[in-house]
Design a protein around this ligand. Sequence first.
Ligand code: ADP
Ligand code: ZN
Ligand code: ZN
Length: 800
Amino acid sequence: MAQIARVVVDVATRQTDQPYDYAIPDSLTGQVEPGMRVVVPFGRRKVQGFVVALQAQADFNGKLKPIQSVMDLEPVLNPELLALSKWVAHTTFSFWMTTMQTMLPAAMKASYARQLIRTAPLPAAGQALFGDRDTIPYPETLTPVQAKQLRQWLQQDLVRLEYVVKNKARAKTRQGVRLPDAAKLASTAQTLSPRAKGQRQLLAGIQAAPFSGALPITTVAKQYDVSPSVVEAARTAGWLLPAVIEVRRNPLDLAVKRDQPKKLTADQQKAAGQFIAAVTERQPRTFLLEGVTGSGKTEVYLQTIQQALNQGRTALMLVPEIALTPQMVHRVHARFGSAVAVLHSGLSDGEKYDEWRRIQHHQAQIVVGARSAVFAPLTHIGVIIIDEEHETSYKQEDSPRYHARNVALKRAKTFHCPVILGSATPSLESRARAEKNVYTLVRLPERINRKPLPPVHVIDMRENTGNRVQPDFSPELLTALNTTLARHEQSVLLLNRRGYSTQAMCRNCGWIARCPNCDISLTVHRSQHELVCHYCGHKEPIPTRCPVCHSDKIRFFGSGTEKIQDQLQEILPAARILRMDVDTTRKKGGHAKILKAFGEQKADILLGTQMIAKGLDYPTVTLVGVINADTALGLPDFRASERTFQLLTQVAGRAGRGDKPGQVIIQTYNPDHYAIQFAAKQDYEGFFKREMFVRHQGKYPPYYYTVLLTISAPQETVTAQEAYRIANDLKPLLSPTAIVLGPTPRSITRINNRYYYQILVKFKKEPALGRGLHNLLQNSQSLIKNKVQVAIDFEPQQIM
Ligand code: ADP
Ligand code: ZN
Ligand code: ZN
């Protein structure tokens, strides 16, 4: 009998990031399992912890403290996820506690209260526990017998455990009824008053055709053609038994029209054949499916998923941001119906918890979700699909800094299943791995309807610099906008605003409004009459006079979406313009609303930031314009060209999807740049070769691995000192082929009154580096003393 539980406690410091031994007191014997959460004493506090193992003997020699209570009735992390959490913590240099918490829905976090809901009549012991209530707070202490009973009831679906945001409205339930035994029904027929006509009719109906299980009152009423009040009366009279029915908050529209598998084209068949074979033979292979938008990737995914289901297995499908790609979720749902669970940030905590529980209890076999869905508690995974695998949103920027692709590959190994990475513009890393046959490259070279990709015109904006009236619009783009409008067709305009937002400047002395907390200028939000810092959230009113020279010549420059919209409206007064950016999509469902309005042709022009490049699939769009293709190119990041190429290729693919031909106009100050040239030709393979050469020259991924260390502290001198100390500690651990860049101040050095320095290590093979980095974090007293934080990011997606 295991006496000892090894517990990782919720005290996030490097020193405490390890399991501690706790005794399992007699009162909790048999109730503690790995993957459950417990409350344990730690120092003088009581903290939450995860049981990660049970063992007979303690590693620790002193007297052990006992576990105080058990939070869960069943493990919330199964053995596979528990092992995965440890692996993620190790490979991303994060706390084990943090990775375990990342795997659970927010509703299960510590600040939530637990309660038990009775969903069916219980044996006597249960009746005593609940009394006449259907919902009770989870008991502070349970006897071993009670705990065992509760567990049994939970498994039999007689009770349900809920996590409630304190003081918030809760679980969706409805009143329902279930049938007593036949003898009771028969005796009721004898005793029921002849005047209770409705009840008699109900009883006769039930006796002729009884229902099973618990049904909502309204359903029973409809089924036997009586009014709901009759069913309620029967329940009050006691011959129908009360039941509480859970209403699952369903984020999907259940009324979706089901669709059937399509007959695959020859290319699709070749691709699907390989995937299906790998699913059937349970090969942990990784495929890279390279195919332009519209080449039929999704249909291939769906048929591969079907094969996994046929094999009695489950499927995990990751998509970048569901809010931006509702069509994908819709298609999976239309094919597989209620076997699908969705997990993404657009759901409420309650919805997420419900979906998670459905997966945990094997009620959903397919999970579609964004990044963190890679941790979905599916078992028997038969295939993992990552659509748009190049998207940066698959990498989490905060701790744990995991990449969903790496986690997926790890899980695939465990489950012996294939991974399919799909993209029109694969990341250089993945494409390079396919080149070396680490991944299997599968291509879908043509669009399904053989429709050619739209012609792309690159406009040299250097020739437009003399144009004072319309500095942001070339004559070519304006003409195209006008003709498209005249033909009653739609246009999409991309404004790549990053690092190019509207600033407030004094024309007299050159003063620029800057954030007091960060080294960055403030952005003008004209509609709210405010200056806003996009890094720390600081806000202030737009000044009417310059604080330095007191002149009133405050002007705005730069071209944010808001300003472009104003200009465009002036040039094209008849055009109906919709704007899509962080400001217009902040509210839940904001994206969907704008996309829907545009889809219903309630606007002529959709103007927006990067977010419009994704998932937009409207046949009526015939013109795509890119106002400023260059802004991403100028970023001090070795992926600048790759990002620019991906964005332009993606947005260009939005034109001419329907019957009418489309065109694309790209405005740029760098018309000869290879990223723009290859994007104009939609030539991924050409871009890949050229960019690989550039990366080779610069000793960057995929030729080298990278680790980025970010050191921050409230004082700049301390930050710099510690950064140099760390760099000096690291260098002796590295071989001569490794390259250490920095420390250097980050391009925006100060954010929210903390200073940031960075060290970038580029390396091919450094067996000692991982351990060195772990040691550095664990043993550094001076870091703690000086309030220094060190973030370690393996394969960072953003370097600035
Ligand atoms: P992708 O995922 O590569 O963008 P899709 O799978 O969305 O491509 O396919 C593009 C369009 O072609 C969709 O409207 C889809 O329904 C249709 N389609 C895909 N495969 C077939 C097929 N085998 N036969 C007919 N239509 C297909
Ligand atoms: Zn001034
Ligand atoms: Zn700020």
